[in-house]
Design a protein around this ligand. Structure first.
Ligand code: SF4
Length: 341
């Protein structure tokens, strides 16, 4: 992003990394490639990623979003979203003879595998996460008899385990790092032999976006997080901004939800976006602010991300069989060009 000479003296601090993570990039790409390969309609169970704009863009191209696998016609093709599904959902899809393409983020799949392994070893598993979130439903479904969901440090008091020496915690991938630490500390006070997951379950993208926000929040009179209300990691970014010293913080889906009143008297605005947010929506916010007294844009980078995930194997094989190249727009997307517009 460059500088502008519009009227006013305010500064926009833009967090980096922000926006698309590797799992979202892949999931959106899966639907786009499936549409190219098979033509519409392609059914998608739940929102492919939690972002209104992405869902609307893909709907226009012929994706049909359904809440339930039962709503997909027998024998049709369905994409499972980035948040993952439980074995029960897979069983329903099989029973209905659906052709499935699994866009579950590999980092969510990793947590599923941990849950399955610890359940096999007969642990009580504490899943730190938000009840009702699709990812939590999917992970929980891997071992419902062994898993309890804990949403906050306060809920730790209600946990009951069979054997305090065989308890492990795992987590949703998009939580607040600090709040999760508090929850785990409380769990460990109650169960000193609590075991940790083999590696961090809160994913690299969630962590990196929180670190970037923590860095700019103390300088921001107002913090704007671009992201949808049902996007866990976006909502966490608002909380992290407030905890880290931002004067106020607002989440918006897009620029036209911004209210000029929020910026009265402010000289520095912090800006970031959740992991499911296309860069075009951030650019719109920058332009909106530049037209209202914040001409200077400064990007504050705390990490450079290079991770990418390959497309699902069955999709790759069918693309190869029909002579379709596997071009992925990562390089362009890293510098912020949105591919769904
Ligand atoms: S936020 Fe993390 S876990 Fe979720 S899709 Fe992105 S990389 Fe995967």
């Amino acid at each position: 992003m460059g500088h502008s000479s519009a009227a006013g003296t305010g500064t926009i601090l833009v967090a980096a990394p922000r926006g698309y993570c590797a799992g979202v990039d892949r999931a959106v790409d899966v639907v786009e490639k499936a549409l190219d390969l098979y033509g519409p309609p392609v059914y998608v169970r739940k929102e492919i990623v939690h972002n209104k704009y992405v869902v609307e863009s893909l709907s226009r191209r012929g994706a049909i979003f359904v809440q339930d696998t039962e709503q997909v016609p027998e024998g049709a093709r369905v994409v499972f979203s980035a948040h993952g599904v439980s074995p029960q959902v897979r069983a329903v899809a099989q029973a209905r003879n659906l052709a499935t393409i699994d866009a579950t983020c590999p980092l969510v799949t990793k947590v599923h595998r941990e849950a399955v392994r610890f359940a096999k070893e007969d642990y009580d598993i504490i899943l730190v996460g938000h009840e009702g979130h699709e990812e939590v439903e999917g992970t929980f479904g891997e071992a419902p008899e062994h898993i309890q969901v804990v949403g906050s440090p306060e809920e730790v008091d209600d946990v009951v385990v069979r054997d305090p020496s065989r308890v492990v915690w795992v987590s949703q991938t998009t939580l607040s790092v600090d709040e999760t630490r508090e929850t785990v500390d409380r769990l460990r006070e109650r169960f000193p032999l609590l075991e940790d997951p083999p590696s961090d379950d809160i994913c690299y993208a969630t962590q990196n976006r929180q670190v970037a926000v923590k860095t700019i929040a103390p300088r921001a009179d107002v913090m704007i997080v671009v992201g949808s209300a049902n996007s866990s990691n976006s909502v966490r970014l608002v909380e992290v901004a407030l905890e880290s010293g931002a004067g106020v913080a607002h989440r918006v889906d897009k620029a036209d939800e911004l209210d000029p009143v929020w910026f009265q008297g402010a000289s520095t605005v912090g800006l970031t976006s959740g992991a499911s947010v296309p860069e075009v929506l951030v650019r719109d916010v920058v332009e909106w602010l530049q037209a209202r007294g914040f001409p200077t844009v400064e990007e504050v980078r705390t990490e450079t991300e290079t991770i990418t995930f390959a497309l699902p194997r069955n999709l790759r094989a069918q693309m190869a069989a029909s002579g379709m190249g596997e071009t992925r727009p990562h390089a362009k997307r890293r510098v912020g060009v949105n591919h769904t517009s």
